[in-house]
Design a protein around this ligand. Sequence first.
Ligand code: ADP
Ligand code: ASP
Ligand code: MG
Length: 408
Amino acid sequence: MPIVVQKYGGTSVGNPERIMNVARRVVATQRAGNSVVVVVSAMSGVTDNLIGLARQVSECPTDREMDVLLSTGEQTTIALTAMALHSLGAKAISLTGAQAGIITDGVHTKAKIANITPRQIRKHLNEGYICIVAGFQGQTLQGNITTLGRGGSDLTAIAIAAALQADHCEIYTDVDGVYTCDPRVVPDARKLDVIDYDELLEMASSGAKVMQSRSVEFAKKFHVPFEVRSSFNNNRGTIVKAELQGLENVVVRGISIERNQAKVTITNVPDKPGTASRIFTALSEANVIIDVIVQNVSISGSTDISFTMNLDELEKLGGLIDNVAKEIGAGEVTKKGGVAKLSVVGIGMRSHSGVAAKLFECLGAGDVNIQMISTSEIKIAVIIDESMIAVAAQLAHDAFGLGVEKAI
Ligand code: ADP
Ligand code: ASP
Ligand code: MG
C-alpha cells in the first residue's frame, strides 16, 4: 500500500473543531487506499505560551528543561488527534518523537536528527493503524528529550517520509502553498505551482516561515519531494522538488522578508589580520547566528565592520560585543534594532543579469533607503528600515512582475 506522510501545522490543529477536520481528512486518505502517518504540531500559540510560562519562573531556564516543557505541546496534539480518529471509528495510535524512533544529537532546543529507526511506525502501519507522530521532538541516545528548533515539525515530517521512503509527503498549513511573497504582506502574491529546493531554502532561510529552512535542506539532501497545501480546502498546493528544466527561465521566483533584525557597527577596527576573526569567533562561541556582514574600505589603518543578527539574540549578548571591541582596540560600538531584510530569490539569477539594478531602482523610486546589501548565487538581500518593509516588498513584487501570471 502506498505510504502517505501528512503534516498538520499549529493553525490546522488550533482547536477541537480543527482537529476533527484533520481527522476526517486523514480517514479519507486512508480510505483512498493509503497507509497514513500524520505528524502534528502543537496547537497554535501553545509553544509561545509555554516559553512565556518558563520566563515567569526563571530568567534563564536551562535548554534541557525547555525541551522537556516545549515537547508537551506536540504531545497534547497527538493524543487529541488519535482520540478524534477513534471517535470516527478509525484505528489510530499516537507516538512521541522517541517512540517514532527519532534519535538526535544533544544540542537542546535546536537538536539535529542523527538517525531514524521507524520500527514502531512500520509495525503499526502493517497492523492497519494510522500513526500520529509528535512533530518537533526527538530523543538523545542517553534518553533526553530534545526539540528541533522552531517550526521543527516540518523537519519531523520530511525526515519520517525519507526514512519510510514514503510515496507522498504533504505539508498542510493555513495558506494554499508557497507564494511569491508572504500573502499576508503582499495581498496580490501568487501561489507557485512548483518551486526548486534551493529557491525555497533561500526563501525559508531569509524569513519565509511557510517551511522551516532545515526541513527543506533535509528534503533536498535525501531527495524527498513534497507538497505544501492548505488543510482548509482541497486546492492543489505547491510541489517542491529538484531543479526542473525551464525553471531557470524565471529569473525571480519570490521575495521574502525578515523582521526583528538588528544592525551592529564597530568603528575604527584595526585593519590587520586576525581582528575580524576575534569578533566573529566570540560571537560564534556565544552561538549567535550572524547574517549580513559588511566591512568598509580601510582608511588610515582602520575600518568599520557592520553586521546583522536577530534582535532577540543581540539582547541576550549583553556587553559581549563591547568587550571584544575594547580587546582589539576598536572604537565605538553602535547597536540598532528596527531593521529588516528583504530578499529577492530565483535560480534564474545564475544566468541572468540586471536583478540587483532593478531592485535598487524600484526601492530608490519608492524612497526606501538601503543600509546594507548581500548576495548569493540565487539571492540579493538588502537591509532596510523595518517600518518600510511591507512597502518595499510590494515595490519589489511589482517591479519583478510577480503578481501577474507570468513572472519575468
Ligand atoms: P504552520 O503552523 O502550518 O507550520 P506557519 O505559520 O509556520 O504554519 O507558516 C505558514 C505561514 O507562513 C503563512 O500563514 C504565511 O503568513 C507565512 N508565509 C511567509 N512567507 C510565505 C510564502 N512565501 N508563502 C506562503 N506563506 C508564507
Ligand atoms: N510547535 C513548534 C513551534 O511552534 C514546532 C512547529 O510548530 O513546527 O515552533
Ligand atoms: Mg511552521
